[in-house]
Design a protein around this ligand. Structure first.
Ligand code: C5P
Length: 400
């Protein structure tokens, strides 16, 4: 059974009698691990109160497009960006028609247009309305745009009719939503991801390190596992929990990280180097704590091995991807680094912007490979990681 851990689900509720099931849907989405925010149409509020969905989701319900107060809080574009999945349940006949026409005449349809997240609809309406050719055409149009449908189910309807048009049960909708994220793109592949900082010991109590949080590497390991890969994280010291279905090897220094990676690459299809490996380490590690007796201490530093270059240089080695954190001329430095290190792909990010990259939850990157590139617009690290994994799968497939 799939889950929605770390997923932001934006639930749209439109005005049909099935809206009463949305309360249970919010609960079940949360039970499967999702964070939920709700947008209601005016019609929906005739069937279920915003207060109910606010209390269950733990977030204010969004309803108005032209509401200064709401736009100051989380505006419609922020909502659209926040979502990993936009789920509309129930989706009425009118809502399907408005989506098919590309209307943006209320908050729900506007966000549906503004989001890059996948859109899933759970239609609910009278059986005759569902069978009407206008609705069929709209459903066909929406399907041809890659929008996912769940249901409707058949059976007895609130109006007394019997036939297709009942909203699917919340459990079925949640399972379909979770299934969207299990891509199978890397099914059976072995993936190794390095993550976090390394620590280079000066003496038994002191070390040299950096501010890497490990979030991007952990998100990549999670995304690889969700794509069906047998995933191993080689992790420097971080405070993050191990993602589900990922095995983790904890290391401290660059040399330990290299040794763990070398032991794994014989049996590895894809290597993703996301760790912020310390470039230098103390030439010697003192066996005892250095005492505070001298006014000045000089530390001699020597270069650490370059882990990703070593992996890339292995005969019959894995597909190798690395990162390039740059502050200027980002793409040309990144392309140069890809060539110098012998990588199959490099993910470039501009670390002069403090709202992305190190320690932040968001990222915005450009992925480069020999002969191509793709810019991935700003999103949460989980969303960026999934897109990187999809690109790696694409490159692997095209390399034959
Ligand atoms: O050379 P630079 O540190 O900018 O390169 C960054 C890329 O190389 C990242 O993918 C990082 O994980 C990897 N790297 C490594 N071993 C090092 C230094 C960097 O694997 N010693």
């Amino acid at each position: 059974m799939g889950h929605l851990f770390n997923r932001n689900v934006l639930l749209g509720v439109s005005g049909g009698i099935a809206a009463y099931k949305s309360a249970e849907l919010v609960r079940q989405l949360q039970e499967s691990g999702a964070s939920v925010r709700v947008i209601m149409t005016r019609g929906a509020q005739e069937f279920i109160t915003p207060l109910t969905l606010q209390a269950l989701s733990g977030n204010p319900v969004h309803a108005e497009l032209l509401d200064e107060e709401a736009e100051r809080g989380m505006g419609h574009i922020e909502l659209a960006r926040w979502a990993d999945l936009m789920l509309i349940a129930p989706a009425t006949a009118d809502l399907l028609a408005r989506l098919a026409a590309g209307r943006a005449d209320d908050l729900l349809t506007t966000v549906a247009l503004a989001t890059a997240a996948p859109l899933m609809l759970a239609p609910a309406m009278n059986q005759q309305m569902w069978r009407d050719p206008a609705t069929s055409d709209n459903v066909h149009t929406l399907g041809s745009r890659g929008i996912h449908l769940v249901g409707p189910a058949s059976g007895e309807q609130a109006c007394g009719d019997v036939g297709p048009g009942r909203m699917e049960e919340p459990a079925v909708i949640v399972a379909a939503a979770a299934g969207l994220f299990e891509s199978g793109l890397l099914a059976g592949k072995r993936v190794v991801v390095t993550a976090g900082p390394t620590r280079e010991a000066i003496d038994p109590v002191r070390y040299i390190s950096n501010h890497s949080s490990g979030k991007m590497g952990y998100a990549l390991a999670r995304a690889a596992a969700e794509a069906g890969a047998l995933t191993t994280l080689v992790s420097g010291p971080v405070t993050l929990p191990t993602p589900e279905h990922v095995s983790r090897i904890d290391v401290e220094s660059a040399r330990e990280m290299l040794a763990s990676c070398q032991a794994l690459i014989g049996d590895c299809d894809i290597f993703i180097a996301c760790a912020a490996v310390a470039d230098y380490r103390p030439a010697e590690t003192q066996a005892d704590k250095i005492k505070k007796t001298q006014e000045q201490v000089t530390l001699q530093l020597i270069r650490n091995p370059d882990i990703v270059s070593a992996v890339a240089a292995t005969a019959n080695g894995p597909f190798t991807a690395g990162f390039a954190a740059e502050t200027n001329d980002v793409l040309s430095y990144a392309r140069d680094k890809m060539q110098r290190k012998g990588l199959d792909m490099i993910i470039a990010n501009d670390v002069s912007d403090s709202t992305i990259g190190f320690n932040s939850d968001d990222n915005e990157v450009t992925v480069l490979w020999p002969g191509g590139k793709r810019a991935l617009s700003r999103a949460g690290k989980d969303a960026i990681a999934r897109r990187i994994v999809a690109l790696i799968a694409e490159r692997l497939a095209s390399d034959g």
